[in-house]
Design a protein around this ligand. Structure first.
Ligand code: ADP
Length: 163
């Protein structure tokens, strides 16, 4: 049984993340999407909201070998606990590389046996980030095509609540 964690903030999950999950679930028997609490980033959505949005996507897309959970701690420790041998990360452009390289090497220092696997999304998602979606939503622009329908509704609700 090959298990991978897909860690991130997912504030909120976008179609780019979903593309990566779909690729990862072809390569691994089980993929655990791990949502970082990331209090220092002060996310727009609380961790429970982020987990719930991902849960809905998994259910709707019938991603049967994908689960989601939140975590707040050392990633490799969770990986060991879940018997995962790989960490999935998405690489969009060279701008992602430096940070990802640093993280991957630091994680390798923590636990030699856990490998970081980089996956490239479809090129139509290479410019897509959660932060740009949040920004466009805040400014009431068009963003429906970048996120799944349940996330679109949650973003709309959140933005209206803030007005
Ligand atoms: P983090 O704060 O850990 O970077 P994110 O939620 O921003 O969390 O991203 C989680 C992972 O998903 C990262 O590896 C990121 O590069 C990747 N990712 C984010 N958006 C996309 C996208 N549009 N296409 C491919 N990978 C993506």
């Amino acid at each position: 049984m090959k298990i991978a964690l897909y860690p991130g903030t997912f504030d909120p999950i976008t179609n780019g993340h979903i593309d990566i999950i779909d690729r990862a679930r072809d390569l691994f028997d089980k993929v655990v999407v791990t949502v970082a609490v990331n209090a220092n980033k002060s996310p727009l959505f609380g961790v429970e909201e982020r987990v719930e949005m991902i849960q809905t996507v998994i259910r709707q897309k019938r991603f049967n070998n994908v689960t989601v959970e939140s975590f707040d701690g050392l990633l490799v420790r969770l990986a060991r606990k879940r018997k995962a041998t790989a960490l999935i990360r998405g690489l969009r452009a060279t701008s992602d590389f430096e940070y990802e390289f640093q993280m991957a090497l630091m994680n390798r220092k923590q636990e030699e046996s856990i490998m970081t696997v980089f996956l490239m999304p479809h090129e139509k998602y290479t410019y897509l980030t959660s932060s740009i979606v949040r920004e466009v939503a805040r400014l009431n622009g068009k963003y429906k095509q970048f996120v799944p329908p349940n996330v679109y509704l949650q973003l709309k609700r959140k933005m209206n609540a803030d007005i």
